[in-house]
Design a protein around this ligand. Sequence first.
Ligand code: C2E
Ligand code: MG
Ligand code: MG
Ligand code: MG
Length: 285
Amino acid sequence: QAKGKGGNSLHFYSQQMFDDFQNRLALESDLKLALAQQQFTLHLQPKINLANRKLQGLEALLRWHSPARGMVSPDEFIAVLELAHLMIPVGYWVIEQSFRIMVQLQAAGFKDATLAINLSAAQLNDTKLPTFLDGLLQQHQLSAALFELELTESMLANNINETIKSMQRLKSRGFRLAIDDFGTGYSSLSYLRQMPVDTIKIDKSFVFGMLDNQADFDIITSTIAMVRKLGLEVVAEGVETQAQCKTLTQHQCDIGQGYLFSRPIPSDTLIEQLQANLHDNGQWR
Ligand code: C2E
Ligand code: MG
Ligand code: MG
Ligand code: MG
């Protein structure tokens, strides 16, 4: 480990930076092919209503099956897509596929299940996005209220007025809006009040620690109370244990999402897996 200001550390950091740069270029060139060669897929993770245990909806999560690298998680490649200006075209693909999945859900009788789509900053600022969405709603004859667009707290920090305008353009069409990874960015409560959002998703890092760490517990319970008081829906992500689920339910968290209920499910087996996991009364197993 290079520490301090020793003579060799410059070399160490340069080599490291060079390697990082090379890795990124290689990743970028692989990603450029990925869209054309249809290496992306979507996985869908259920969101469960904690009060009645019913399926509330699903979140679409992008996966990249690279022939050379295997399955790559979005945490490793979303940032590179953004740097390479590929997030908008890949994002269009995600949205189109999400509409197809919604059509399948409707046909299978999951009439009220919503579908959440993650948007990055470039997509939110893309002036062609609203028209693109209008076209898909029209084509598939679907209500915008079936879709929820997730924006992370950190991307809302810069250029707040423009961001709110973009959000309003989507909201006016009837799309639901969510703030993802809440608590990890630095959005102020006064902005939150101005934003046309429906849902707050508490970041999974707080859920992971909530039963071992008093501060995380306090953050979780007070966020749930605040969000509900604002009249918004609150989701806890990263629910992995029954104990977390029980405590979140006791504190009136509306929705839970996490490995306890289900890992993200590949889109090609989605309907059968949902049917297998739901009891006749509509409750999740
Ligand atoms: P996110 O939107 O906050 O999604 C939640 C992440 O937590 C997902 O990681 C999910 O697989 C993971 N997760 C869910 N439940 C649990 C749990 O119980 N335990 C643990 N340890 N993890 C859980 P994933 O799929 O790797 O996605 C990472 C991030 O990449 C997403 O975070 C989102 O910000 C971004 N992302 C994914 N798909 C898209 C996309 O289509 N477009 C954009 N712009 N971003 C995307
Ligand atoms: Mg999300
Ligand atoms: Mg999140
Ligand atoms: Mg995240």
